[in-house]
Design a protein around this ligand. Structure first.
Ligand SMILES: Nc1nc2c(c(=O)[nH]1)N=C([C@H](O)[C@H](O)COP(=O)(O)OP(=O)(O)OP(=O)(O)O)CN2
Length: 381
């Protein structure tokens, strides 16, 4: 594994009203309506920007909160010209006052959002090309919109061992996210029209009966959707399939990535926080720990790595994190999400060699992403 890269991440919520008057007459988003928005920011704060080592995600969260407070409970049209999600993301980028930001996202509903790369040449899913000169960075790699769809279906995995629970016929409320790179012209409506025929083919069906889906793993479903959606959405960048609320697969036309979520409830203490700061004393939080794996497809099983095998292989690391005083582990004495994510990636990589990224996110949506290789497509809040 190459030396992992860390990104700090934070979220802030705000409520606001808007009219999108450039939409056609009769479009429901033309009239005055409101949203509970979620803003996200990713970046790497420099030592100059933080009061002590480990405070990165707290500082980013504070800065983002202060920024969105300016538009919280507002009529957005009074502040921003045509305040669609893209304009809001750009407004935050321009008003947060941090040079170290890499990405800003806006989610206007649980099912739709936009993400922009802040620095020129910064691709949204491959930090390796971060330093591309502006001229060689395709413009369509700096803005990505995404929209989530839901379908209900049964399936059974025909090539698993006799005792595997997924060999039995069962079902899921699947979710699909289409991530599309755009120059700002493609709208959520375009994604809806491209998706509608697939929705009719997938919803309330048994997936095994559908042509091309005889082995309907999350990976195979994401590739099946990719092939069918690409002719109408040529700038599609990733298809994400949530099999359950805690696991799923992503496909970008070449690469598969899967993720599996865990929750840890842990005590922490931040050894670099000044005395008197409550973070210097024992406190705690509930953290989401999201493991991302990059691997080739096992063409017989139809998956990369079984989610169940990920869970078993991760269990010793999970046991070391969950319901534990993390500050008693010397490697975690800094007590922040980045330290936990780095330690988790380094430790779990020994038993899960396909592990390429670990996210550790606290209960307020702030934390760290530590990865080696491709970032993959962002998953919503
Ligand atoms: N890489 C993949 N692994 C597995 C797939 C898959 O599509 N790709 N599918 C399955 C099963 O179909 C299954 O329904 C998922 O079960 P599981 O891994 O147990 O996920 P849960 O969210 O139900 O797990 P809990 O953590 O126990 O809630 C299996 N593997």
């Amino acid at each position: 594994m190459s030396e992992p890269i860390s990104l700090t991440t934070a979220q802030a919520r705000f409520e606001a009203a808007r009219r999108l008057t450039s939409l056609p007459n009769g479009h429901r988003r033309r009239s005055l309506h409101g949203h509970g928005f979620v803003a996200t920011a990713h970046g790497y704060l420099t030592p100059r920007e933080i009061p002590f080592a480990g405070a990165q995600s707290h500082v980013l969260a504070e800065r983002l909160r202060a920024c969105v407070e300016q538009i919280d409970y507002s009529d957005l049209n009074q502040i921003i010209d045509h305040p669609d999600d893209l304009a809001l993301a750009r407004w935050i980028r321009d008003h947060i006052g941090l040079d170290s930001l890499d990405y800003v996202g806006i989610q206007s509903t649980p099912d739709q959002g936009v993400q922009i790369a802040v620095k020129s040449g910064n691709r949204l899913d491959d930090f390796g090309s971060f330093d591309l000169p502006e001229a060689s960075a395709p413009a369509n790699q700096t803005i990505r919109i995404w929209r989530r769809y839901h379908f209900r279906a049964a399936h059974q995995l025909p090539n698993v061992g006799p005792d595997h629970k997924c060999g039995r016929m069962h079902g899921h409320g699947f979710q699909v996210i289409l991530h599309v790179d755009t120059d700002g012209v493609i709208s959520y409506d375009d994604l809806d029209s491209a998706w509608s025929t697939l929705q009719a083919q997938l919803d309330r069906r048994c997936l095994n009966d559908i042509n091309g889906l005889s082995n309907p793993t999350s990976e195979m479903i994401s590739a099946w959707i990719w092939e069918r959606i690409r002719p109408s959405l040529p700038s599609i960048s990733w298809v994400t399939v949530f099999e359950t609320a805690s696991c799923g697969a992503q496909f970008d036309g070449e690469r598969y990535q899967i993720w599996k979520d865990f929750t840890i409830d842990s005590a922490i203490r931040m050894n670099a926080a000044p005395s008197g700061d409550p973070r210097s004393m024992i406190h705690g939080d509930t953290f989401l720990v999201r493991l991302h794996l990059s691997a080739d497809l096992d063409t017989v099983k139809g998956w990369t790595v079984d989610f169940g095998d990920v869970k078993s292989a991760f269990n010793p690391v999970f046991q070391a994190l969950d319901h534990r005083p993390l500050h008693e582990n010397e490697a975690l004495a800094r007590g922040d999400a980045e330290a936990i994510a780095r330690w988790t990636l380094g430790t779990a990589h020994k038993s899960i060699p396909q592990l390429s990224r670990v996210d550790v996110i606290d209960s307020q949506g702030a934390g760290a992403i530590v990865f080696s290789g491709s970032l993959g497509a962002a998953l919503p809040a």
